[in-house]
Design a protein around this ligand. Sequence first.
Ligand code: NAP
Length: 302
Amino acid sequence: MNEHKIDEPEINEHKTAVTVLGLGQMGAALAGAFLDAGLPTTVWNRTPAKADPLVARGAVRAASVVEAVAASDLVVVCVLDYPAVRALLAPVADALRGRTLVNLTSGSPEQAREEAAWAAEHGAAYLDGGIMTTPPGVGDPGNMVLYSGDPAVFAEHRETLAVLGDPVGLGADPGLASLYDAGLLGLMWSVFGGWLHATALAGADGVAAKDFTEVATRWLRTVAWFMSTYADQIDAGAYPGDDATIDVQAAAIGHLLHAGEARGIDGRLPRLHLELMREAVEAGHGGDSYARIIEAFRPTPR
Ligand code: NAP
């Protein structure tokens, strides 16, 4: 084996040219992943100096947004927010015609749908995306990048986009990547909250966060299995309490509250869960599975 081979960039079979607009922490990581894959990469950033390290690695610096767009059929944009995307692209809309715009900027589903409509008006194909990692995780196929928009456009660029992380196509509605992204971040914050609360509880008795977390991450796999079972119940609209009822869990959360109070641990999070369980019990659903709690989050029927 050639020992120097490891450091050489892999050459993408089709060598698709890509442009990256926006070289903040995330945009620079995206451009870096394209360069690592050996793709001809053109870059532009409002503050030009941020392109310097990428140019040193082989990227082509575009002097203007229009020059950057003209350089590649595939244009990736990743800036602060959607108003910044529009401010960048509106003056160069004509140059986008016939190209594919992949917007990896975070926003709402409504903004994504508006951006897709704007791109269509200007003759550009459009994919919206959600990057489910931080910049150091870009390029790792173990991390997902979510995409929504025309499935044919996604299929056409899938191989190139795989350079950034595992590309997950969610379907034709361009708002779906942002919708999933927002929901998944909410899930992450809930998990962080539960984990930090539990780690504080264990830590009060001298358990190191590392030791507790080793067990906690194994538990998350079991929780993921519960979720898959409950997802089927939610889709079926029936919540049989044939594994563990809300009544049983409302009693169990009492132990968590008690253990927390005895150690001076803030109880706001478990109290919120208890409140949701109590509401279900008071409505006569104590014998149902925990999946029934979804009704507390749904819009009230008018
Ligand atoms: P960042 O480091 O703060 O970079 C922001 C980028 O946006 C810079 O390139 C900045 O240009 C540019 N920008 C801001 N306003 C602009 C405008 N009006 N016109 C032109 N360019 C403008 O942020 P980031 O972490 O790269 O995040 C970029 C996007 O990726 C955000 O939507 C973020 O939510 C999303 N994202 C980030 C992460 C993460 O972990 N960082 C993860 C997933 C998604 P200048 O350099 O000239 O200021």
